[in-house]
Design a protein around this ligand. Structure first.
Ligand code: PLP
Length: 395
């Protein structure tokens, strides 16, 4: 089975993706799509992106085998792709730099962005400072409270943070506010933080995150001389996951698992497990699996992890689910927290709560695997931003 999922021209991944936006956004998004299609063919553009990945982000990020955890759990071997070691502490910087380079190429001087956990806001503020651009970040008011250190970081780097009080004051509301701002001023560049949104964003974000999968594939081949048996990543909008998966999608021997947040338990309704519990629909300008309320509006969603509580998901993941190439599961807050603490204590690595969801699934899987089998997990970010939240839970 070959799953052809690239769609730079059409914006469709099987039945999912596309562009369903208000009329004033059609032209700017079409311009963006053309500029992107042109940029990826320009070797100078690629060279500058790679230069910044190496000299500014610190890539390639390490591949670490968790020997202590392996001994403790038995079963398969666990390797972490260390996106937590990137400048700004997560995978989001890969995409932010790519899009900012594109913005520059298009002659834009002002970036707008939405953010949940604040990691994309931080990445956007960072690239804006680096490239001398203005930056406005929309962030749910509740998230502003939950993620105070990232708000301070954004402000220090000169970005303006706009707290969004509409709706639940979380990521989906920040996306609405940022889309509205973009409609009002289409001359700005909307720097979108995940593999979601109307075409060309899902293809574009995938392109700039592909470096994760490309490196991971080279690193595991160099170290072990073979491919992993299973690869795993957490899925919010799905950008770190698609970055890793893209390196292995054509390798049928590699099984692929995306891990969503089951929050307080799927049965409670308080979760954000879009692919596991949702249905196809339209959200924020594209077709994908959605968690919707009775009116068909994006449902209120919940996760302990601000970066995962989005009621939609990247359209390519919807396609990978329906085609059967990838499998999607969900783990609870509690399971993610236990995994978080275990990694801290046994390996001396403090993971982001988002990444801890992937880890929680890996902890269940590893004992079921043979001792020579390999599970490769994308550690999408570090947990510094979650310290206050974790400490409050301990208290
Ligand atoms: C934002 C974020 C995520 C979720 O976003 P994806 O687009 O699904 O990758 C996961 N991990 C970390 C550390 C994040 O900051």
């Amino acid at each position: 089975m070959t799953v052809m999922t690239s769609s730079v021209e059409t914006g469709y991944f099987g039945a999912f993706g596309g562009r369903f936006v208000p009329e004033p956004l059609e032209r700017p998004l079409e311009e963006l799509a053309s500029a992107f299609a042109e940029a990826v063919l320009d070797p100078d553009f690629e060279r500058e992106y790679i230069r910044l990945m190496v000299e500014y982000v610190g890539r390639p990020s390490a591949l670490t085998e968790c020997l202590n955890l392996g001994r403790q759990l038995g079963g398969g071997r666990l390797f972490l792709k260390r996106e937590d070691l990137n400048h700004t502490g997560a995978h989001k910087i890969n995409n932010a730099i790519g899009q900012a380079l594109l913005a520059k190429r298009m002659g834009k001087t002002r970036l707008i962005a939405e953010t949940g956990a604040g990691m994309h806001g931080t990445a956007s503020a960072t690239v804006a400072a680096l490239m001398g651009m203005e930056c406005v970040v929309y962030m749910g008011a509740v998230d502003v409270e939950r993620q105070a250190p990232n708000v301070s970081r954004m402000k220090l780097m000169g970005a303006k943070v706009v707290p969004v009080t509409q709706g639940q004051g979380v990521l989906k509301d920040a996306v609405n506010a940022a889309l509205t701002a973009y409609v009002e001023d289409p001359e700005t560049f909307y720097l979108l933080g995940s593999a979601v949104g109307p075409h060309p964003y899902p293809s574009m974000v995938r392109h700039f995150q592909r470096i994760i999968g490309r490196e991971a594939r080279e690193q595991i081949m160099a170290r072990e001389g073979r491919l992993p048996d299973e690869i795993v990543a957490c899925v919010g909008g799905g950008s770190n996951a698609i970055g890793l998966f893209s390196g292995f999608i054509d390798d049928q021997s590699v099984s692929i698992t995306g891990v969503e947040p089951a929050g307080k338990g799927l049965e409670t309704g308080e979760h954000a497990a879009t692919l596991v519990a949702g249905a196809p629909g339209i959200i924020h300008g594209f077709k994908t699996y959605v968690l919707a309320d009775d009116q068909g509006e994006p449902a209120p969603v919940y996760s302990i992890s601000a970066g995962l509580d989005y009621p939609g998901v990247g359209p390519e993941h919807s396609h990978l689910k329906d085609s059967g190439r990838a499998n999607y599961v969900a783990v609870t807050d509690k399971e993610a927290l236990d995994a978080f603490h275990l990694l801290c204590r046994t390996e001396g690595i403090i993971p982001a709560l988002e990444s801890s969801h992937a880890l929680a699934y890996a902890l269940k899987r590893l004992p079921q695997m043979q001792k020579d089998q390999i599970l490769l997990l994308n550690l999408s970010g570090r947990g510094d931003k979650d310290m206050d939240q974790i400490m409050a839970l301990e208290a």
